[in-house]
Design a protein around this ligand. Structure first.
Ligand SMILES: *[C@@H]1O[C@H](CO)[C@@H](O)[C@H](O)[C@H]1NC(C)=O
Ligand SMILES: *[C@@H]1O[C@H](CO)[C@@H](O)[C@H](O)[C@H]1NC(C)=O
Ligand SMILES: *[C@@H]1O[C@H](CO)[C@@H](O)[C@H](O)[C@H]1NC(C)=O
Ligand SMILES: *[C@@H]1O[C@H](CO)[C@@H](O)[C@H](O)[C@H]1NC(C)=O
Ligand SMILES: *[C@@H]1O[C@H](CO)[C@@H](O)[C@H](O)[C@H]1NC(C)=O
Ligand SMILES: *[C@@H]1O[C@H](CO)[C@@H](O)[C@H](O)[C@H]1NC(C)=O
Length: 533
């Protein structure tokens, strides 16, 4: 690790000059789908009825001895269009943004040195296919790491998302999937600040283009920039950028890159902090024993915490999205005070008498495990939520309060682990009546204080959810939300569920909304409290 930091610093200390005897290649990764691979100048030949490239290479895309390309067989050659011919080899490739990008960078900064383009884009691919573990991801990492042997990573240019515009669920999950991909890639390339310049869609085959664009334009990650391709002229298929559009796009990407690049002077302190955060070690796993140290999370509140995702007409549809799948490292504390591998519905034996479905707990736990930042590597979920309960039903002395404290203490027995946080989603029942809504804040503050005292954890983190819905009037819902968002106590956070799509009953979160909420809770936890151990 130290040697990597030293290398990185050395690499950045001396600007790379082309007259340097062993110049390092400035690596630019190109990834995404067809508009990154390049379809500029590809047309349907009416005689042969096949897609054909017209072979026209504008001046901005001409080869240059300082622009190299990593071939499919991992050889550096002088780059020329079509850059992706041997990568996206099942399709007819034409002009893409890579060459005009590289030529523009060299024009603007003649001392930049040799550029090594690493084409990796494949037409027609969706964001799921770019997730860690998938073929395209692993291929991308492998090619990049090979390139790195003779160079320095400078940026990834990313243009993808058209394939995620056809299905509402894909579009809704796009942002989370994109961020996960970027995070995983930076981690695996050991370049936490790898600049990424993505393109906001110009087109797409489906109805959810704006949703995907929104995710791209608002990715809000450090060193991720977005250039907007909307409005660039498209070919007759209405999907692919023309050659001249690709030239413009390449220039836009170059300007964004040079902007980032001058800001991206490595800061040793930040780098070390990043690495020490990332290198918290993994874990071993012993299953089903009460005395395995776990990172314990208590889930409490009412129905939307218990989970009603996928419940319609009194039946759960049984759909479990990938984010909620069981794992050997995610355990659940049963009503019988025993640990078992957790699976949906998490509250089945706790919120008895109701039909339980998907809640936020499994998506939350999966994301914490995925982050590798759980010190023990094992999550213990302690479900305690009960549908239809107002905050009075949770006050100290109540049955629910007593149950929560008892279950928490039992979960800790025999070295069962450490309670990391209480996740709390409740308040819908306090919107029925104005008095209840008005007094919510005081009762919640008291509940937090009491629980911390009785659990003997004075600074126990609480992550509450600000209501997405309620049983009463909008005025009362807003009043409870204001209370939740306004609680200013140490180690108390609030994530907002407002706007997450609801079931037909207009009260309960859908399965996908519960997944999103689980991820939000996980990010909130990781951001504020992930100093496990
Ligand atoms: C090309 O155009 C012909 C006639 O419109 C059509 O039948 C054929 O499917 C097209 N080929 C491709 C590859 O799009
Ligand atoms: C790799 O590809 C290049 C050009 O595409 C070719 O010249 C070279 O012989 C190939 N090398 C191997 C080891 O296949
Ligand atoms: C090309 O097509 C073959 C056969 O369908 C498939 O196995 C392969 O994965 C495809 N490769 C690319 C890069 O699209
Ligand atoms: C993504 O594409 C692959 C391959 O075409 C397909 O199997 C998969 O279902 C798609 N995933 C999503 C979430 O659309
Ligand atoms: C865990 O503890 C519970 C209650 O203390 C007990 O009933 C159960 O058998 C224990 N499970 C294991 C695997 O030891
Ligand atoms: C987590 O750690 C494992 C094992 O060290 C590693 O294979 C994996 O890539 C890591 N995942 C993330 C998201 O960092």
């Amino acid at each position: 690790m130290l040697s990597f930091i030293l290398l990185a610093l050395l690499a950045h200390a001396s600007p790379i000059q082309s007259k340097h005897p062993h110049p390092k290649i400035n690596i630019i990764i190109l990834a995404g789908q067809s508009n990154m691979a390049g379809r500029g100048g590809v047309f349907n030949d009416t005689i042969t009825e096949t897609l054909t490239w017209d072979g026209i290479v504008p001046p901005e895309c001409q080869p240059n001895p300082s622009i190299l390309r990593l071939t499919a067989n991992l050889t550096w050659v002088e780059a020329h269009e079509p850059l992706h011919a041997d990568i996206d080899y099942n399709k007819t490739n034409g002009v893409g943004p890579g060459m005009p990008f590289a030529n523009t960078v060299l024009n603007k900064d003649p001392n930049f040195g040799v550029i090594g383009l690493v084409p990796c884009a494949i037409g027609g691919t969706n964001i799921s296919q770019w997730q860690k573990g998938e073929f395209l991801y692993e291929q991308l990492v492998k090619r990049s790491q090979f390139a790195m042997q003779s160079g320095v990573y400078r940026a990834m240019l990313w243009y993808q998302g058209e394939s995620d515009t056809e299905n509402q669920q894909d579009a809704e999950l796009y942002k989370d999937n994109l961020k996960r991909f970027f995070n995983d890639l930076r981690f695996d390339l050991k370049t936490p600040k790898l600049p990424i310049i993505q393109v906001a869609l110009a087109s797409g085959p489906g109805a959810y283009i704006e949703e995907v664009r929104e995710a791209q334009l608002k990715t809000d990650m450090a060193y991720v920039k977005c250039v907007d391709a909307k409005g660039l002229p498209l070919g007759p298929d209405g999907l692919h950028l023309t050659t001249s559009s690709q030239v413009t796009l390449g220039q836009m990407l170059a300007h964004a890159f040079l902007g980032i690049f001058t800001y991206n002077i490595f800061n040793m302190f930040k780098l070390i902090t990043w690495f020490s955060m990332l290198f918290v070690a993994g874990s071993t796993l012993v299953l089903g024993q009460n005395n395995t140290a776990k990172d314990i999370f208590i889930l409490a509140g009412q129905s939307n915490m218990a989970g009603r995702g996928g419940v319609n007409h009194g039946k759960w549809d049984g759909n479990i999205p990938p984010e909620c799948k069981p794992k050997r490292s995610i355990l659940r504390f049963t009503a019988n005070l025993d640990w078992e591998v957790a699976r949906e519905p998490l509250h089945v034996d706790i919120d008895v008498g109701k039909v339980c479905g998907v809640g936020p707990g499994m998506a939350f736990a999966n994301e914490i495990i995925r982050s590798n930042r759980s010190g023990t590597g094992i999550i213990g979920l302690v479900p305690c939520a009960v549908g239809g309960t107002s905050i009075n039903k949770w006050g100290k002395g109540s049955r629910l309060y007593g149950q929560l404290v008892k279950r928490a203490n039992e979960a800790l027995k025999d070295g069962g682990g450490t309670i990391r946080a209480i996740l709390w989603y409740q308040g819908e029942s306090d919107t029925l009546n104005k008095d209840d809504a008005e007094t919510y804040k005081g009762k919640m503050v008291k509940l937090i204080e009491d629980l911390r005292l009785d659990l003997n954890l004075p600074s126990l983190p609480f992550i509450q959810v600000a209501l997405a819905s309620g049983e009463g009037t909008n005025t009362n819902i807003e009043m409870v939300r204001k209370a939740q968002l306004g609680i200013k106590m140490k180690n108390v956070k609030c994530v907002d569920a407002k706007g997450l799509p609801l079931n037909a009953d207009n009260l309960h979160l859908t399965t996908m909304s519960e997944v999103k909420l689980g991820l939000k809770l996980a990010y909130a936890f990781l951001l504020s409290f992930s100093h496990f151990h």
